[in-house]
Ligand binder design. Sequence first.
Ligand SMILES: Nc1nc2c(ncn2[C@@H]2O[C@H](COP(=O)(O)OP(=O)(O)OP(=O)(O)O)[C@@H](O)[C@H]2O)c(=O)[nH]1
Ligand SMILES: [Mg+2]
Length: 298
Amino acid sequence: MGGGRSTPLPEERKPEEPKLLDVPWRNVPWSRGTRNDLKQYLLDYKPTIDSVPEARILLIGAITAGKSSFFNSINSIFRDNMTSQAKAGYKGTSLTLKYSTYKVKAGRGGRPLAFLLCDTMGLEADKNGGVKIEDIESILKGYLPDKYQFNSVQPMKGDDCQACSTLTLKDRIHCVVYVIDASSFAILPEGTKTKIDEIRERINFTDVPLMVLLTHVDEACPHVDKDLKNVYRSCYIKDLIERTSRCLGIPMLNVLPVKNYCHEIELNDTCDILLLSAMKQMLNFADNYFDDCEENTE
Ligand SMILES: Nc1nc2c(ncn2[C@@H]2O[C@H](COP(=O)(O)OP(=O)(O)OP(=O)(O)O)[C@@H](O)[C@H]2O)c(=O)[nH]1
Ligand SMILES: [Mg+2]
């Protein structure tokens, strides 16, 4: 009796499996009904302020974080089939080179929904790489034109912009979404964090709400890869959400995990629920911003 070793030798030790909570820390009913209700909410959505026809949501973040894929995923849900309007994929530098404001339509040939997703070139940790902070500032203020070709060397000059005089609320950005790849080793590399801090400082994010979209959750945790419904049972993802919220000084409620569609050929309800919930939350934050703007003009 007792002949077995209680502690295995180091070479026999398996890598520790990330833990799975028995009870999810956010409760999501993973049903078709939930998915359909969320979709309907977005179909019915209208900004709370009459002067703004559509909420403008800005996607920023490191290269390959999944900004363009998020638009493609939301668009696919409303088209009922996979779409790839925005170019997405892996490349050493940002694949997205133009500023694109994308509309989502209520089905093929349907009316446009009351929100826009604004896709940008990736932020690179390197001081001189990727999108320029000045260009992000121009987007936030509403005067960078759609299809503007980003230039990592030089930001847009004042005279390049024809619409500088029309800085009305409807042209500005109403919610900023910082897209982070949950599977990357350093979720916020120092250089990127500095750029984000600089962006926040310049435009004073106390006004425009900031949200984080944690993408690639399937690649970040094996339990989530096996079943996406485990996303709120994964200790690893919970810890990541806590760390992100602490690091950026925003509430955990503002950090939402998603898995973008990338290799699938069919939509699935679980994936849709996470994507649609994140989209709904962005619009709720945009509405908070409209409420603030209305109060300040009263
Ligand atoms: N497994 C997985 N792959 C993803 C996810 N999101 C994006 N991808 C893949 O990651 C790669 C990069 O995604 P993009 O959407 O092009 O990333 P981006 O942020 O637009 O990158 P740039 O435009 O280059 O700045 C693509 O091959 C996507 O298919 C995700 O949630 N899970
Ligand atoms: Mg892109």
